[in-house]
Ligand binder design. Sequence first.
Ligand SMILES: NC(=O)c1ccc[n+]([C@@H]2O[C@H](COP(=O)([O-])OP(=O)(O)OC[C@H]3O[C@@H](n4cnc5c(N)ncnc54)[C@H](OP(=O)(O)O)[C@@H]3O)[C@@H](O)[C@H]2O)c1
Length: 244
Amino acid sequence: MSTPYMLLTGASRGIGHATVKLFLEKGWRILTVSRHPFSEECRWPAARESHIQADLEDVDGIEALAEVVRQKLPEGKLAALVNNAGISPKGPGGSRLGILDTDADTWRHILNVNLVSTALLARALSPELFAAKGAIVNVTSIVGSRVHPFAGVAYAASKAALASLTREMAHEFGPYGVRANAIAPGEISTDILSPGTDQLVEALVPMKRLGTTTEVAKTIYFLCSEESSYINGAEIHINGGQHV
Ligand SMILES: NC(=O)c1ccc[n+]([C@@H]2O[C@H](COP(=O)([O-])OP(=O)(O)OC[C@H]3O[C@@H](n4cnc5c(N)ncnc54)[C@H](OP(=O)(O)O)[C@@H]3O)[C@@H](O)[C@H]2O)c1
């Protein structure tokens, strides 16, 4: 069997970096996308030539990005597309951006990066996903289903819409043998966390600890592997029970 290829957005740190490491250990070839050039913090032997620099806010550039990806797939097959890049902007002093604080530009920026680019990237790479009977994993969030003290309104709405987009993908791509699922992390130990998370974890997370990026990566791997061959349209909570 030929080596499977995965495209992962937002690989330079956090959940994306842990996911790259795990898929490499499992023998996959990885292509990565983020705004900055190849990250020294997320280094592996082929990291430099596997990285594509692109800003997912530029939704008009997605077709060109997909073309670069296509040229890097030797057999025209993409076995996994992991839409992990996400942004959660804050107001002054790290404050929560509620409806009254969120202007049209902020809405556009967050929705383009967290939602619209995901739909367009899957659309542009659908021939390669269909050819591989591949898997899509969208990284949503616990805040897509409840109000959160730190996450802003546009971020929350983008993640709720991404869960909906996942169901649409499962429905539309299922007949082509492509599965689409989401993972919804809770409080995971990364740079995205706000001050005050420790108290929140103590109060709201039954397991009384943050999750690790490795725990998230393992679930992403499961959803891209044969072990999950009949799971389609699911959203898996990875939050130590915070959702209960
Ligand atoms: N950490 C948590 O507790 C948590 C909880 C729930 C959900 N999530 C979700 O999990 C995902 C990863 O989170 P994380 O904490 O690992 O995030 P992170 O450490 O902030 O990393 C975000 C990644 O996305 C890339 N990125 C940001 N804006 C981009 C853009 N416009 N175009 C292309 N790439 C872009 C960044 O690279 P560049 O800076 O180079 O662009 C980086 O690699 C996100 O979707 C987030 O919403 C995280």
